[in-house]
Design a protein. Sequence first.
Length: 672
Amino acid sequence: MTALILASGVGSRMGALTAERPKCMTPLPNGETILSRQLRQLCAAGIGKIVITTGAFADVLTDYVRSLDISAEIVFVHNPDYASTNYIYSMFLAEKELSGDILLLHGDLVFEDTVLAMVAGSSTSAMAVSTTAPLPEKDFKAVVVNDIVTAVGIDFTENAFAAQPLYKLTDADRKMWFAQTDCYCRSGEPAKMRCYAENALNDVAESCCIRPVDFTGLLCSEIDDSSDLARVSAELEKLGSRNVYMCFAADVIHSGHISMIRRAASLGRLTVGIMTDKVVTAYRHLPLVGYADRAELFRNISGVAEVVPQDALSYRDNLLKLKPDIVVHGDDWRSGFQRSVRDEVVSVLAEYGGRLVEFPHADDPAVSAAEKNMRSAHALPDYRRGVLRKLLAMKHHITAIEAHSGLTGLIAENARVYENGTVRQFDAMWISSLCDSTARGKPDIELVDMTARVRTVNEIIEVTTKPVIFDGDTGGLAEHFVYTVRTLERIGVSMVIIEDKSGLKKNSLFGTEVRQSQADTEDFCRKIAAGKNARKTDELMICARIESLILGKGMDDAISRAFAYTAAGADAIMIHSRSSSPDEVLTFARLFRERDGFTPLVCVPTSYSSVREEELYSAGINIVIYANQLTRSAFPAMQRTAESILRTHSAEECDKECMPFKDIIRLIPEEY
Ligand code: SPV
Ligand code: MG
């Protein structure tokens, strides 16, 4: 990109400071001049060519710039008529040196790196404005309508914001504005060569797309007189003592993070908040790298002065504690679920006068590739298998929902709700024998063989990352179960649940209405032990499911079996019930917890659906499985649709109940 610095003006309001040199050479506190600071910043931002228009003291200026060590190509364009024209004429003369997108700025403008980065990084044309500064009497205001600058000038007040002459112009908008300055300057009318170049811009602004870039809270100011100089000098000296805060949830650090950190650190002393494992898990997934290691990684990145934990999605607590002057974030959180988090940040900052700086989100292919790699890591069997155990250790309470196909797996993977500034999602997936059988139009009697069941698991695993809990029915013969365990372990399943039934298994929800019998306790213990022995890792959990309450054998039987099964090595106990009340499950959990505080307890609240998770958790349950709700909700919807078509001889009536076909074809994102 090329930059055009307009430095032809006389700067008469600066008094003695501009008696022998142009205003842009006015010294700043750190020994730089306004211009040398601009040149350094433009070079650091990667600008390859800088065009400087000269007028008063042209020789002094060119000699000075040549004495600086500037890496960019410098071109001077002299405006011999500087005394009788305005910078519109300098722009007209400089036009031949410009091509493509440009940055346009006045030579008396002092700004910090971030403002330049925000303007230069805009994907459209842009102008620096302050949405909060009082409207200046004699300086530029930008009229902004629907987030577009529609006019720039001194006299506007309606929909106007204080503006500074720092623009990015896309190739198309540059051509439009400069074509109009051409008309003005070739007209031969002195008034048109003496007016603001913005008058020409205003003639064409509606056809351009110049977005306002808000620099509220950041330094961006023209220096017109000695009081401006004193104010800006004081602000420059304060820059280094500003506190900046940003927060990361990432566990794989890539170049995108590093460049954000670099930019944030250029704003002041940077404190990085690291989201704790609990928070990351709640809204994304269990982090690959734990909090302590992530904190250590960030602590060692240059520019990071301090690392603190952020124990919520909400920034509120950390902001009130640290009171940073600036919070930095990518602008991608303005929409989607993070919007409410952002709104809260804006209001907390407003309480004490802090400011939010948002950098444009860049779609960098290297960053997308790093993020994709990270997602892949979560899906790999050797990682995925152990996640359920880690989640249990970390949060103690897990919810799982059934999945019986790739599509239902994606629903289980991606369903999210946002409540009170937090995100809720399912932790795991339950591969139900009932739903897997039902999807095939078959009864739930172990008729769908293990090969077919494993194929379902593979289909789900292929498109998701969450831990899988497999409904292993009775587990079959112990001799067969050992092979099932190995297969499930190999493909990355986290838990297999086997129920203590023998003979022809029927679904538990039939209870005693059908003939089914419970397994002998010792036989079942042997099956558990055989399964445990067969494992190659200790990650796959074998859960024993007790059917005593289903089969009318009573609480004592359930409890004594539970302890027999844990003694045989069961990693978890599932207690099942078909009662419409949760009472017997809650009683079981309390009795079990009197003697065992550790073994995870699992339940399936299908018949006692009114119970709330919190009640189950407080009785000692750890895993709540919603075992069949996706199948049960989809089936009536499909049936209604089929009947509607038959009834109306058309698909129109049912169309409003259906997902638009444009959405269904995009439902599954393509990987390549
Ligand atoms: C299943 O979902 O297949 C189960 C739970 O085993 S239940 O249907 O309640 O028996
Ligand atoms: Mg089942």
